[in-house]
Structure formats: C-alpha cells, structure tokens
Ligand binder design. Sequence first.
Ligand code: GDP
Ligand code: CA
Length: 355
Amino acid sequence: MTGITVLAGGVGGARFIRGLLGYLAEEQRSTDGPGSTVPVTVIANTGDDMWLTGLRICPDLDTIMYTLGGGVAEDQGWGRADETRRTSGEIAAYGAGWDWFTLGDLDLGTHIVRTDLLRSGRTLSEATEILARRWQPGVRLLPMSDNAVETNVRLAADIDEHRAGDLIHFEEWWVRYRAAAPATEFVQVGLEHAEAAPGVVEAIRDAEVVIIPPSNPVVSIGTILAIPGVRDALRDTDARVVGVSPIIGGRVVRGMADRCLDIVGVESTALGVGLLYGSRSVGGILDGWLVDETDAGVVADLQAAGIRASAHPLWMHDVPTTAAIAATALQTAGFRAAYPESLDRQTIADLGGTS
Ligand code: GDP
Ligand code: CA
C-alpha cells in the first residue's frame, strides 16, 4: 500500500488537491515526516470532455493541471491567467464554434497540442502525461478512461433548436443553459465501450488512503464511479476512503451542483450526498465523511448509516484553510503522516497563496 489517491472533478477537486499538496509539503518541513515524498495520484473526470472546432477539450484535466501548475485564472477557478480571447472572436466571425463557450488563446494552445497527440495515435493518458511535463502538477494525473465517455443531459422540454427528449452535451446544459433547462436524466455516452485508464484501478486498490474531494457528486464523482472496475476497486481496497462534502448548509458553495442532484432525486445536503455515496459496510464507497461545522446536526444520522462522520470548517477560502481540511481528511483515514495538531495556522499560512 502506498500513497494517496484522489478522485476529482474540476474546480472543487483542483483546489482541494492544491491544499493537500500544501499540507504534505508543510508536514514534511515541520515534522520531518514523509510529507511531500508521499505519492499522490489524481483520477480525473473526463465526462465533460468534448470536441469543439476540431479540438479535444478536457475541462477537468486542464483545471487540475493549471491549478496545480500555477497557471490558473485564480478568480474564476478555471482557464489560464492573463488570458485573451482573440482567436475565439475569429472563430465566431465565421459563425463556427459555440458562441456560449469561449476558449482563451492560451488555453487553445493546450487543446491544439492535445489534439495533435491524440491524432498521432497517443492515448489520452499519454497526452495528459506529456502536457503535465510542462506544468509539473506534483501529482500523477490520470484520466478516468482513455475512451471517450461524454456526459449528456436528456431535456424535458423544447429549448432553442432542441426538442424534449433530446440528449445534449453536459457542457451545453451547464454553460449555455446554466443548468436551468428542465432535464430528466444524465446519460454517459460511450460508457458501454469504456475501460478504466491504465493505472486507475491499481491506484485505488493499492492506495494507503483514497479521498473523494468536494467535487460535483453526480457529474464529476458519479461519472468516475460509473467506469467499470472503479466501484469494485473502492469496495476491495484496504485503504480507508474519506470524502469531503461539497454541500455546506444545504448550499452548493459555487456552481449549480444542486440542479444535478435534483435530477437524480438526491437532496442537496451534506447528509443527502453522504448517503448517496453510502457506507462501504453496505456496498457504498465511504468509510469517513467530513461535513461542515454548520451541518454538525447530521453527523448522528450519518453514523447511524455506518459512515464515520465529523464536522469541520469546509470552506476552501485559500490554500491554508484547504490544507487544514486535507489534514483532517487524512487524519480521519488514519493516514500515517497526518499530524494536523502539530501545525499551527501560522506555519500553514507560510505556505502562502490564496484561492
Ligand atoms: P467542476 O468540475 O469545475 O464543476 O468542479 P468539481 O466537480 O470538482 O467541484 C464543484 C463543486 O465543488 C461545487 O459543486 C461545490 O459544491 C464544491 N465546492 C466549491 N468550493 C467549495 C468550498 O470552498 N468548500 C466545499 N466544501 N465545497 C466547495
Ligand atoms: Ca467539470
């Protein structure tokens, strides 16, 4: 057993992992513990991926890579810092592309290189490894699958050129319609032919700790869990599996994950998501579940469902507060290197950076 494995979507996952790496580096510096020598593997959702104007776009992989590599537009949480939009203006002038989905000039560089690699026969795993050589994210970054598995949304009513019952790409529903177009279900197109990418099942099975960060439970984590072998690996691993609630006080914090939960009939609460994931003792995926301190009232219900739950501040305000959440997750998992009590806020703050 070795290392920490994290299943992640985009912004929520990336920010959590940045805090985790910050904690590990600080733990090593202040206690001479294993800290940043602990390998971290990230299994990223690729269900949001799509082809657009001839290019393969992988939103969650790129958000993780830019965030950990220091290139992210910090205020929006995705895309590149100091971005310009000249090329997408040109594409729009031809009436091509999707005018509601803007691609920055710097970001397009990534998509062009990735597409070139894919067209020359590399797998998405290989392309991701090559792109990550530039960004040095400090983790082993794996796509959940090398096969295209794209999350689609089935519309419940006519909207623009679409008819009720049509499937549209998740990104169109999310970005163009702000997740407000009535819908009946999510469909993972391509799932029937998909396998987990090389290393994914092993990274879960052989991990010392598995963390489910505060990512969208339906279209980020749920999509990864749908890949054949992933749930089985979570069930069979000797690692403890600990999750961090993306819902605080019945609110999604950022974004519109509550609309995704509505569609699958799950209440948008820390309890609802905890029970959706379920206890490993009854075939679910969680040993432990961190809820925000404002949700302390549901801890007993979660415990009754067989999940080791506890309440802590879960707002990822900046790297230090996120490092403290990561430390709590590791401690809950009984991780050998987790000594959060040895870290006062000032030493964590010395990590610098805000999010
Ligand atoms: P996406 O792919 O960019 O949508 O990002 P993810 O799937 O990784 O995560 C999105 C989720 O992160 C949102 O739905 C929020 O519920 C959650 N989130 C964002 N910021 C915070 C935070 O500060 N604390 C917690 N607990 N959750 C957060
Ligand atoms: Ca995403």
